[in-house]
Design a protein around this ligand. Structure first.
Ligand code: SAM
Length: 245
C-alpha cells in the first residue's frame, strides 16, 4: 500500500482512502508497538495517532512508515523506530502540570522532521537543529505541508552539540543521534526548574538512552534501555573522521 503525500484537510488530500488507510496503520502502530510496551500517556498517544509519520519518509519507504523499525531517509541517516521516538518523548515530558503545553523544546538531529512534529503536536514550541542542510530543508518543507510551520518549529542548520543558547533555557532537550558523552552546552541550556535532556550515550555501535535532569545546580542522570543511533557529529560529539571513516 502506498500513500500520497499527506496534506491537512480533505480537499487538499484528494483521497480519503489513502488517509483512512494511514489512520488505521497508526492505530495499529500505537496498539502493538507503543501501548503493548507500556507507554500509555494519553497526550503522547493522541499525538502519535495524529502525526502522519508516512508524510515524513520518502516515496521509497512510504509503504513501511508504520513498521516496527528505523527507516532510511537519505544522506546515510534514519528516522528512528516509532517506539524509540515515543520512549524518548515520554522520558523528556516536563513534569509541570501543563506538561508539554507551552514548553520550550530543543531537538538535535532534525532528520525527517517527525520527532519535531510530535513535540509540536504535544504543544511545545520547538527549535530543531540539523547539520545536513539538505535534510533540514526537506524536513522544513514536510513540516510546513503537514501543518507544523516555522511559527511552531524553527529548523536550524548548525552543529547542534552547541545547542541554541539564544533560545533557551529549555524544558526538554532530545538528542536523536549517538554521543560519546553528554555535551556540556546542552546541560547548561536545560531549565534549572526540572529541565530534562534525553540522549543516547555510548560507543558507535551501541548506546544507553540517558536522561539528565537539572534542578537548580543539581544534575542527575538515569540510564534507560540500550539503543543504536547514527552518530552525533560535532565539536561535543564524535569527530567526523571517527564516525564516518
Ligand atoms: N529525529 C529525526 C527524525 O525524527 O527523523 C531522526 C534523526 S537521525 C536518527 C539523526 C540526525 O542527527 C541525522 O539527520 C544527522 O544528520 C543529525 N546530526 C548528527 N550530528 C548532528 C549535529 N552535531 N547537529 C545536528 N544534527 C546532527
Amino acid at each position: 500500500m502506498r500513500w500520497r503525500p499527506f496534506r491537512r484537510g480533505r480537499a487538499a488530500t484528494g483521497s480519503r482512502t489513502d488517509d483512512d488507510a494511514a489512520t488505521r496503520e497508526r492505530r495499529r502502530m500505537v496498539a502493538e508497538q507503543i501501548e503493548a510496551r507500556g507507554l500509555r500517556d494519553p497526550e503522547l498517544i493522541r499525538a502519535l495517532l495524529t502525526v502522519p509519520r508516512h508524510a515524513f519518509v520518502g516515496a521509497a519507504e512510504n509503504a513501511h512508515a508504520y513498521e516496527d523499525r528505523a527507516l532510511g531517509i537519505g544522506s546515510g541517516q534514519t528516522i528512528s523506530q516509532p517506539y524509540v521516538v515515543a520512549a524518548m518523548t515520554d522520558a523528556a515530558r516536563p513534569r509541570s502540570p501543563a506538561g508539554w503545553r507551552g514548553a520550550r523544546a530543543l531537538e538535535i538531529g532534525t532528520g525527517s522532521g517527525y520527532q519535531a512534529a510530535l513535540l509540536a503536536e504535544l504543544g511545545a514550541d520547538v527549535v530543531s537543529i540539523e547539520r545536513h542542510a539538505d535534510l533540514a530543508a526537506e524536513a522544513a518543507e514536510r513540516l510546513a505541508a503537514a501543518g507544523y510551520g516555522p511559527e511552531r518549529i524553527e529548523v536550524r542548520v548548525a552543529d547542534g552539540t552547541h545547542g541554541a543558547p539564544d533560545a533557551g533555557p529549555f524544558d526538554a532537550i532530545l538528542v536523536t543521534a549517538a554521543s560519546p558523552t553528554v555535551p556540556e552546552p546542552l546541560i547548561s541550556q536545560l531549565s534549572p526548574d526540572g529541565g530534562r535532556l534525553v540522549i543516547p550515550v555510548g560507543e558507535r555501535e551501541s548506546q544507553a538512552l540517558t536522561v539528565v535532569e537539572r534542578r537548580g545546580d543539581e544534575v542527575t542522570r538515569r540510564r534507560m534501555e540500550q539503543v543504536v543511533f547514527v552518530p552525533l557529529i560535532g565539536e561535543h560529539g564524535f569527530a567526523a573522521e571517527d564516525a564516518e571513516g
